[in-house]
Design a protein around this ligand. Structure first.
Ligand code: SF4
Ligand code: SF4
Length: 719
């Protein structure tokens, strides 16, 4: 990075912790405030000087924050001085000190908005969290006083496992108190919030919450300004969801550009009360050092209040100098400096990941965002490219890992404490099972653990699709398929039809129309839909030892599964279970809580779905290339209709065959019997195909080897 490449961005927002003192003792407090008096706070005179320097930079919004800013007696003077310098002044408060007299004095400044922190929708829960009886009622009364005085209200909520299920209630509360904005702030584990780390949402829960917010925000329209704060990847989720909706034809009106995520990348009582028209049009996730700065009670300037690295002190340098020249800010502004997955992510320009979380987790603020589940295309391609070249990333010699890998693919226990049960089978502790699975995931051997639903039983339509994509269109076509919510598997194969994928669409959709849309967008002319007409086998597990490939017992007599009748309870469980099983002692209990049911009820329902074939199996999806099965041949025969049943069943019985179907043919594709053969090399695949042909008396076949896996995921089937 050369210095000349750095463009100094416009300062748009400053959160200023004018005091660290506070009258409450909240569990999550960034300021780790433990009293009203703090030594070394900036004096009134110093505060005026800082305001002068901020005003030199233009007209950013100034958030007076804390601690609790209202415990500082000169807060009115500082506010008035800033307004006199042309700044828009807002405040982040716990609301409990907002008497009608205080509200009237704030209005005189004039203060245009106050953000009040409410983390629970009931007095009992809020008081416990805030560490003071009566805190909830006082905040509600404060809100009413502020509104009466003519000051806008914004509600901020710090979201953890403790209150994520109350999000909807908090939103309703914000609306009922007349707030113009609601900002859920997804916990950043720093300061006193570090003590809440154990109840921080997992990356998967985080992702789910962001998707829920996306849906709810769409439903709400303009009713209230609603955005998560300090969740930079909400912008990535927004982009992904919009793209999915465009592709599936579900998009309603185009969403406004996702603005900066409101709320408070600063003071613990609300930082920037977003909703300012100027702020809503900002299209970047994390503004630390790029549009936003935080000033601590002692004058240290930081990227934000959760990001405990100083860019310089206003007691030593002017704020202008720090903003323009600090090494910290300049390194944050050049995204080429970013490391880990954020450094190669195609969404980094709009997202960038949370630098505070990266810093807390790794000690390097330029590292990847630890709370993001997204795997950038570049890293996926690197992995599939390596695999296509035969680099199988050996599993090593650990026998426990090998057995564990086999067990979670073939016999995952549907019990309250599944990792404990697995530990008993393996002779290791529950904690060890959890940490081994985590490592297997980190190393890419295990993709996820979840139920495999039968799309046909859920009423979905599905087909195998072949495309003939010119080399110039290949990358664009693959990206479209990667982004498509209905594509679960996608491969490049060594054939004229070089792109093969599976497509599932909701009951009301039409495969032909969806394929027309996809081929138009990809600029591909020849597309074949090859839907199944008979099913002989689906589902195997890939043994990580010398046993080879094993069956999970899902072999069929040829008949295709038909749509099941689903009760409301079925639907609730089907929708709720479409996630990676959390790596905690009682993972089903955690999901059950999200669904408002007991873990036993959830497990009973899961077993029932399994028995009815709606869930095909509950198992880990593994990257079979990583465990050594580097060759897979889609082998296809042209079989007379009278012989299909016999041949299909024989071929399906082979251990090395994971899938076997009869499919519809057409003028361009005369082969009707398909079997997916896996082995450790191509030669073995061919030998198996030759022997299958001999055994069944079938003539020649075509074997299409995959040269690249560009997508493999368990897609979601909402019902
Ligand atoms: S680093 Fe960025 S995203 Fe993270 S808390 Fe600070 S402002 Fe928010
Ligand atoms: S990998 Fe980083 S830049 Fe990409 S979406 Fe996740 S947090 Fe954002």
């Amino acid at each position: 990075m050369s210095d000349s490449s750095i463009i100094i961005p416009r300062l748009q927002l400053v959160a200023w912790e004018i005091t660290r003192g506070c009258n409450l003792f909240c569990a999550h407090c960034r300021a780790a405030s433990d009293g009203v008096h703090y030594s070394g706070e900036l004096t009134t005179g110093e505060c005026f000087k800082v305001v002068d320097q901020i005003a030199e930079m233009g007209k950013p919004i100034l958030i007076l924050s804390g601690g609790e800013p209202l415990v500082r007696h000169d807060v009115y003077e500082i506010g008035r001085y800033a307004v006199g310098k042309g700044l828009r002044v807002v405040m982040g408060s716990n609301g409990t000190l907002l008497t009608s007299e205080v509200a009237a004095r704030l209005k005189e400044i004039p203060l245009s908005r106050i953000s009040v922190s409410l983390d629970f929708p009931t007095p009992e829960l809020q008081d416990k969290f805030r560490g003071q009886k009566g805190a909830y009622e006082a905040a509600i009364a404060g809100i009413a006083n502020a509104r009466k005085a003519g000051i806008e209200i914004q509600i901020n909520s710090t979201i953890t496992k403790l209150n994520v299920t109350y999000l909807n209630d908090l939103l309703a509360l914000a609306q009922s108190v007349g707030a113009c904005a609601f900002h859920p702030f997804l916990l950043v584990p720093t300061g006193r919030g570090k003590g809440l780390e154990s109840v921080a949402l997992s990356p998967q829960e985080y992702e789910k919450t962001l998707n829920w917010i996306y849906d709810r925000k769409k439903e709400l329209g303009d009713a209230i300004f609603f955005k998560p704060t300090c969740s930079p990847h909400f912008l990535r989720v927004t982009k992904q969801r919009e793209k999915e909706e465009r592709l599936s034809g579900m998009a309603s009106k185009p969403e406004a550009a996702p603005g900066h995520l409101g709320g408070h990348p600063g003071g613990h009582h609300g930082g920037h009360p977003g909703g300012h028209p100027g702020m809503e049009s900002i299209t970047r996730g994390c503004l630390a050092g790029t549009g936003f700065a935080f000033i601590s009670h002692r004058g240290d300037v930081q990227g934000c209040g959760y990001f405990n690295v100083s860019a310089g002190s206003v007691r030593e340098k002017s704020f202008v100098d720090i903003w323009n020249n600090s090494e910290l800010f300049n390194s944050l502004r050049d995204m080429d400096n970013y490391k880990g997955k954020c450094g190669i992510c195609e969404y980094r320009k709009i997202c960038g990941g949370c630098r505070a979380r990266a810093y807390e987790e790794t000690g390097d603020y330029l590292e990847g965002e630890p709370y993001c589940v997204y795997e950038p295309v570049a890293s996926r391609q690197a992995v599939s490219g390596r695999h296509a070249n035969g680099d199988s990333h050996s599993l090593g010699t650990n026998e426990v890992d090998k057995k564990l890998l086999n067990l979670i693919q073939s016999d995952f226990p549907l019990v309250r404490e599944p990792y404990h049960t697995l530990g008993e089978k393996l002779g290791v502790s529950e904690d060890e099972v959890i940490s081994r699975i985590k490592e297997l995931k980190d190393k890419g051997f295990v993709r996820q653990i979840s139920p495999v639903f039968d799309p046909r039983r859920l009423g979905y339509r599905s087909t195998l699709v072949a495309m003939e994509a010119p080399a110039s269109r290949l990358e664009q076509a693959e990206q479209l398929l990667i982004d498509h919510p209905g594509v679960s598997h996608g491969y490049e194969r060594d054939h004229k039809f070089n792109l093969w994928f599976t497509l599932a669409i909701p009951p009301a959709g039409e495969i032909a129309a969806e394929l027309r849309k996809l081929s138009d967008s990809a600029g591909v002319e020849t597309v074949l839909a090859l839907p199944a007409t008979r099913l002989f086998k689906i589902g195997t597990y890939f043994a990580s030892d010398d046993e080879g490939i094993g069956s999970t017992g899902t072999q069929f007599d040829g008949a295709l599964p038909v749509e099941a009748v689903l009760s409301d309870l079925d639907k609730k469980v089907i929708n709720g279970m479409q996630q990676d099983l959390p790596l905690v002692r009682e993972p089903f209990g955690m999901i059950a809580k999200q669904l408002g049911m007991s873990d036993e009820e959830l497990l009973v329902q899961c077993r029932s779905l399994l028995e009815r074939g709606i869930i095909r199996r509950f198992s880990a999806a593994v990257n079979h290339r990583r465990i050594g099965y580097t060759a897979n041949a889609m082998t296809c025969w042209g079989v007379p209709s009278g012989k299909v049943d016999e041949a299909g069943k024989k071929i399906a019985a082979l251990r090395e065959v994971s899938h076997c179907y009869e499919r519809r043919t057409n003028g361009s594709w005369p082969y009707n019997l398909f079997a997916m053969i896996h082995a450790r090399d191509e030669e073995t695949c061919r030998k198996i195909a030759d022997s299958a042909s001999r055994e069944t008396g079938l003539a020649s076949y075509v074997a299409l080897f995959s040269t690249k896996e560009f997508k493999k995921t368990r897609i979601k089937y909402p019902v």
